[in-house]
Design a protein around this ligand. Structure first.
Ligand code: ATR
Length: 275
């Protein structure tokens, strides 16, 4: 009997993850014979769980919160984008080795440029937050040659450290929420804080929003997130949650594993309906 190819997502908690649904839809669409499991693993068991999955014939894993940075240490090989992001969300098991990649940044870029039609070249970009999520997207955004990329954070030191880290890659700078320069309109404001998840609304810089600003929340939910609601209240014409990034990063992982790029539009449509 031939064994079905196994994949999965590992996180803690992970029961809310939409990745199994997305990958099953991709597999159906592209005729791939594979299964995709939901694997809840506590941080202290991460190493053992990954190696067991690998030993028992698993072919690839998505890694999600809170393991994305930690998993880097277990990889034999890392792509440049995973090493720049300091985090991996996609593992591939081949020839007894673990290859780590990160598709979050490219997922965001595809959603912004292909799905939402945003021109990032020459754009003024503001990122709110300076944690792991920000670190994963700054490199890919700078690759698109924006006019400026500002990182604003509650804790200035963390924004400054990230800005220093990426300063050789482009025009990046740091500030605190109450010091965001608003002399030029921002084309894109990305919420990369985890405040909304905790139901908190930090003092985001309202003056940074103009009518033409696209506000993008990396978080997503059944209802509008606190940030997306706040952005609309401030007059942003477009306020978008990160469903598209979620589906696009999954498509990129799927492509790495199966060598087939699924169509994302129908899946994204279905996700939003069934969300
Ligand atoms: P992630 O991997 O999701 O980025 P993280 O690394 O813990 O998670 O980072 C969380 C980010 O959300 C940080 O920028 C954090 O700000 P601080 O660096 O000042 O801690 C931000 N954040 C979380 N809760 C917040 C709140 N209530 N107000 C403002 N910022 C908040």
């Amino acid at each position: 009997m031939t064994q079905i190819d196994r994949y999965g997502v590992m996180g803690y908690p992970v029961s809310h993850s939409r990745s199994p649904v997305i990958h099953r839809l991709f597999a159906l669409q592209t005729g791939q014979n594979m299964q995709y499991e939901l694997l809840q693993v506590t941080p202290d068991k991460l190493d053992v769980a990954i190696r067991q999955f690998q030993r028992t014939g698993g072919m690839g894993l998505n890694i999600t919160v809170p393991h994305k940075a930690e998993v880097i240490k277990l990889c034999d090989e890392l792509t440049e984008r995973a090493s720049t992001a300091g985090a991996a969300n996609t593992l591939t098991f081949a020839d007894g080795e673990i290859q780590g990649d990160n598709t979050d940044g490219i997922g965001l870029l595809r959603d912004l440029t292909t799905n939402l039609g945003v021109a990032l070249g020459g754009a003024n970009i503001l990122i709110l937050g300076a944690g792991g999520a920000t670190r994963g997207i700054v490199g890919p955004l700078l690759d698109m040659q924006p006019a400026s990329l500002r990182i604003a954070n509650r804790t200035l030191d963390k924004a400054q450290a990230l800005s220093d880290h990426f300063s050789r890659s482009g025009p990046v700078s740091a500030c605190s929420f109450n010091m965001v320069p608003v002399t030029e309109a921002y084309d894109l404001i990305i919420n990369a804080t985890s405040a909304g998840v905790k139901g908190e609304i930090p003092p985001y810089p309202a003056a940074a929003i103009s009518k033409s600003t696209l506000c993008y929340d990396l978080s997503y939910g059944l209802k509008p997130t606190p940030f997306s609601e706040w952005a609309r209240e401030q007059g942003a014409e477009r306020s978008v949650m990160g469903w598209g990034m979620l589906v696009e990063q999954a498509a990129e992982s799927f492509n790495i594993w199966r060598g087939v790029r699924p169509q994302t539009a129908p899946v994204l449509k279905q996700m939003k309906i069934t969300a």
